[in-house]
Design a protein around this ligand. Structure first.
Ligand code: TRP
Length: 335
């Protein structure tokens, strides 16, 4: 059915609540992909255990991450939504690709260096080979396009290298994927330090709007957003804070910079910040309501996961069989 459609794959870890930057810059726009592409969105629980997880929390977050994707507009009828550990081919191809990924390559990964510094008591082999598993996620589905944040660019580059290496050893097996890095994400900046990107893992909660923040929290955070000492709502150098708020306001209202400037002419920053907070809270309210509805219906989420995994496993099996044949494994026969 989807034979001729090109493939989009992305993975999201079941950790940390997604931010306004993730929403405006990425997820909100992912829904449009499904017209043109066969889309897989995977909750990568196997990646998550490279750092120690509390089992009950991991399970809860896995449901929640799936629910959030659906609440943000990814229709399970049009996208394949699934959990990584439900499709055993990920771990299987992950191992195989470990054998085509170089120690030196993995040693250069900045995320490994960061995470091993932060988890000095648990620098496990999985943390090190994480990018090979990520390559497996992507290559299993013959993916053309991988929407990711800029921080994943190096891992994507590695996946491309592994695919090319495998293809050149054995002849064409994998599609070599391209990253798709939404430029809008980069544009949503921290509310506390508007020269920095808004980051899911920022320690200062006031810097980040989370998709699930309640209305009063959203409004309070915008009120506290760092701005310059002027009073004109206008995009300009030295006005990074106001410029960022204008981007957010514009993303929700569709208004241009000039329209925003004249709307708030003579009204000052306080009014503007409140207006940004209100449009943001208004826009996120239906997402939050849908999230609440979905997370209270585990049976529904489980049926989405089950269908997603079945669909994903079917196309993963095709790649696995090709890979086995090329490597020299015996294709297992049913008894
Ligand atoms: N490493 C990604 C992150 O931390 C998550 C991820 C795992 C991923 N597998 C993937 C992203 C495959 C894109 C494609 O954000």
């Amino acid at each position: 059915m989807f034979k001729d459609k090109k493939v989009v794959f992305s993975g999201v870890q079941p950790s940390g609540v997604l931010t306004l930057g993730n929403y405006l810059g990425a997820i909100k726009n992912f829904a449009a992909f499904s017209d043109e592409y066969k889309c897989y969105y995977c909750v990568v629980d196997e990646h998550a255990i490279t750092v120690r997880q509390n089992p009950a929390e991991l399970r809860r977050r896995t449901y929640e991450t799936l629910a959030l994707y659906i609440a943000c507009g990814l229709d399970p009828e049009k996208n394949t939504l699934f959990v990584q550990s439900h499709v055993s081919a990920h771990a299987e191809l992950g191992w195989i690709l470990d054998c085509y990924t170089m120690f030196g390559e993995l040693s250069r990964m900045t995320q490994f260096k960061d995470k091993s510094q932060k988890n000095a008591d648990n620098i496990n082999a999985g943390l090190f080979t994480y990018p090979a598993l990520m390559a497996a996620d992507i290559l299993l589905y013959q993916t053309e396009l991988v929407p990711v944040g800029v921080d994943q660019k190096q891992h994507l580059e590695l996946a491309r290298n592994v695919a090319e290496r495998f293809n050149s050893v054995y002849s064409d097996t994998f599609v070599v994927p391209e990253p798709y890095i939404p430029t809008e994400t980069a544009k949503i900046m921290s509310l506390a330090e508007p020269s920095k990107k808004m980051s899911k893992s920022d320690e200062n909660e006031n810097a980040v709007i989370r998709i699930l923040d309640p209305r009063d929290v959203i409004i309070k955070k915008f009120k506290r957003a760092v701005t310059d000492s002027g009073c004109e709502v206008r995009r300009a150098e030295g006005k990074e804070g106001i410029s960022n708020l204008m981007s957010i306001y514009s993303a929700f209202t569709g208004k241009s910079d000039d329209e925003i400037t004249s709307e708030f002419d003579g009204r000052g920053y306080g009014d503007f910040k409140l207006a940004v907070g209100e449009v943001c809270a208004d826009a996120l309210a239906p997402v939050q309501a849908e999230f609440a509805r979905l997370t209270s219906d585990k049976a529904y989420l489980e049926s989405i996961m089950a269908h997603g995994a079945e669909d994903a496993a079917r196309s993963a099996a095709r790649t696995m069989s090709k890979v086995r044949r090329k490597i020299g494994f015996i294709e297992p026969k049913r008894v």
